[in-house]
Design a binder for this molecule. Sequence first.
Ligand SMILES: Nc1ncnc2c1ncn2[C@@H]1O[C@H](COP(=O)(O)OP(=O)(O)OP(=O)(O)O)[C@@H](O)[C@H]1O
Ligand SMILES: [Mg+2]
Length: 321
Amino acid sequence: MIIIKNLVKKYGNFCALQGLSFEVKENEIFGLLGPNGAGKTTLIHILATLLKPTEGGAIVNGFDVLRDATKVRESIGVVFQAPSSDDMLTGYENLKVHALLYGIPRRLREKRISEVLKLVGLYERKNDQVKKYSGGMRRRLEIARGLLHQPKVFFLDEPTLGLDPQSRDTMWRYIKKIVKEEKVTIILTTHYMEEADMLCDRIAFISNGKIIALDSPSKLKQEIGGDIVKINFIDKIPSTIDFTYFDFVHRVEQNQKSVIIYMDEVNSNLHRLIKDLDGVQSIEYKKPTLNDVFLKFSGDSLSGDSPEGGFMQRYAQYKKS
Ligand SMILES: Nc1ncnc2c1ncn2[C@@H]1O[C@H](COP(=O)(O)OP(=O)(O)OP(=O)(O)O)[C@@H](O)[C@H]1O
Ligand SMILES: [Mg+2]
């Protein structure tokens, strides 16, 4: 559905996209993840024909973003990072303006407006001014608007930015429903790893305008190297210990007083790991999350200096007598 080839975007001397190449399949939810300034919005703007690439190119729904920009625009819907509905108009009026701009034929217009309003759960509130909507409702209205002309590709730039956990959850359900009912391909950006994990079939991590990883969420998590165990020692790490001796251990990182071990099946193997250890203060473990993948690729270490070292799930306070 989308083919991106050697895409470069320069703003003056600054290179925001440094030669991206990848493809997005039909009916896929594809996530663009990466730190602030990575180039995600720039990429979406190029694919939506709002910006011209400096080098390289892209095909969207079979149309070239440079040569067939009008066809590309007819093929896509976009929800921008910054809100863009008219506060003074009602939800319905916002959609009607958009329908007129897109030249949706009169006989289809009302039916389609009702359809998308129902799709995002706003039909009952369609005659309220948008300024009376909550943040989540505004975001959903923008999604309805982006879908009005039945695009084949739908770009969502941070669709749940600023929403509370419940509204975010609601939004996820709508996004899943949209893929099923509207048969669109979705490209979304987000800073919420849980969201990407929950929604995306595949994810590209972008950093400094380059793709540093691209795969399904489960494969990306596997790449971290298994379950993660952190053993904190009361004093120094005993010098006689070599965790790499165990065949289920993939990788070991050491701080002064703690060891981080990437291993298979912590539930069945932990007892072997700690059987002969002295001076253990506590043990924490967790399954890798996309957050770990993000931190790994953005250069941070899981063994960071924070008190918890990024560990969210405390496994046990373990004191050996
Ligand atoms: N119009 C512009 N002129 C100059 N530099 C720009 C322009 N737009 C974006 N940039 C720069 O390009 C880089 C990529 O910006 P972009 O908005 O694509 O990042 P992003 O990944 O969407 O970030 P965020 O997660 O904060 O939304 C940034 O360093 C940004 O400052
Ligand atoms: Mg952005």
